[in-house]
Design a protein around this ligand. Structure first.
Ligand code: TTP
Ligand code: MG
Length: 380
């Protein structure tokens, strides 16, 4: 059965919240970012985008492009508050809400009593009425296409991609719009003269696999409108983890720790993307003789910062005496929440620094309490 997937993405989220709270900023080029000239733009209003300002641009450059811009520091606590409110609205339409970031979600409305276009219109109206903000909505039969649809006529957009529009609607889009093609891959493709999905479409499956490895097949299908990834509601996400079977068995702790750091980096990025925080860090090891060991540590507070996750994973691994080589290593973060009671505000604002200090203290205390908190389990 064909699915009905909505993708919702708030328009110029941080900047729109600033305009909402300070109505005299409405219609003006508002740029939200770090305070120093060396920091980067988090986002900017559509008025500022006309001057070529965009997310991740250094602030000094944004000032050059748009000297009349109104530069504001980020107020993460406030954005988290609005985020909670909009997700509350999404959840009233269906429990199948998959958060992608602070202002973005997929909704699976396949079995909803109302048609998707009606739900989308009602959602837009509710968000505007309850929060004063606009959201762009994309409707399609899979995740990839609904995300493309939501960006089609932003801001305040509503657009549907139906199967008969495929694949031509994708042809003029740049290759980096395809889920699975990041900046690096896009640069590689550009160097081969492949700029648009139209060019990508000309490649056969074998060539795609040569270029993208295992993911090549998925990308080949995705640009042909096939994407079977399910919408996974935040309630169903129990943990975020990475693990790998090693090319060669080893008990070299410095190698193991390096690998764990890489995993923690990826986990932290995923947590950040999905706007999750976790409380429990688990390290999983499998020895050459196929014995599996898992060790977990549960903290008092929620974390998602790479260094904090690694600090716990590293502490666990340091305490393990390896009598055998390992064939598999993994780490995961569980006990997840999207909204920890003590709200974390990110980056440079004061609350965040305070919160980090508290988290460090908690880590320290946990470390002193040591193995009381360290749970130990062995599975076969
Ligand atoms: P986005 O949804 O990517 O951007 P946006 O909502 O500002 O604008 P639009 O969707 O209309 O294109 O990101 C949501 C928020 O996340 C954004 O308001 C600020 C923050 N953010 C950053 O802090 N840094 C970034 O590089 C990006 C892309 C977003
Ligand atoms: Mg947005």
């Amino acid at each position: 059965m064909e699915r009905s997937i909505l993708h919702l993405d708030m328009d110029a989220f941080y900047a729109s919240v600033e305009q909402l709270d300070n109505p005299h900023l409405k219609g003006k080029p508002v740029i939200v970012g770090g305070s120093g000239d060396r920091s980067v733009v988090s986002t900017c209003s559509y008025e500022a985008r006309q001057y070529g300002v965009h997310s991740a641009m250094p602030v000094f450059m944004a000032k050059k492009k748009c000297p009349q811009g109104i530069f504001l520091p980020a107020r993460h606590k406030r954005y988290e508050e609005v985020s909670r409110e909009i997700f509350g609205i999404f959840n009233q339409f269906t429990p199948l809400v998959e958060p992608l970031s602070i202002d973005e979600a997929f909704l699976d409305v396949t079995n909803h009593r109302l048609p998707p276009a009606v739900i989308a219109a009602e959602l837009k109206e509710r968000v505007l009425k309850d929060t004063g903000l606009t959201v762009s909505v994309g409707i399609s039969y899979n995740k990839f296409l609904s995300k493309i649809a939501s960006s089609w006529n932003k801001p305040d957009g509503l657009f549907t991609i139906t199967p008969d529009m495929m694949p031509r609607i994708l042809f003029p889009l740049k290759v980096d719009r395809v889920y699975g093609i990041g900046n690096k891959a896009a640069k590689k493709l550009n160097s081969l003269g492949i700029y648009h999905i139209r060019d990508l479409f000309a490649l056969d499956r074998r060539r795609m696999e040569e270029l993208f490895g295992k993911q090549g097949g998925e990308i080949y299908h995705r640009i042909r409108g096939i994407d079977n990834r399910p919408v996974i509601s935040s309630r169903d996400v129990k943990s975020v983890g990475r693990e790998t079977t090693l090319d060669r068995d080893t008990r070299d702790k410095s190698f193991i720790r390096k690998l764990l750091f890489e995993f923690c980096k990826e986990i932290s990025m995923t947590l950040d993307q999905k706007n999750f925080y976790g409380k429990t860090v688990t390290v999983k090891l499998k020895t050459s003789s196929f014995r599996t060991m898992t060790r977990s540590k549960t903290l008092e507070g929620y974390i998602k910062d790479i260094h904090e996750i690694y600090e716990v994973a590293d502490r666990i691994i340091r305490d393990i005496e390896l009598k055998e080589d390992l064939r598999l290593i993994g780490v995961s973060v569980s006990n997840l929440t999207q909204h920890p009671v003590e709200q974390v505000s990110m980056f440079e604002d004061r609350e965040y620094k305070k919160k980090k200090e508290i988290d460090r203290l908690v880590l320290d205390i946990n470390r002193k309490l040591g193995d009381d908190i360290l749970k130990f389990g062995i599975e076969l």
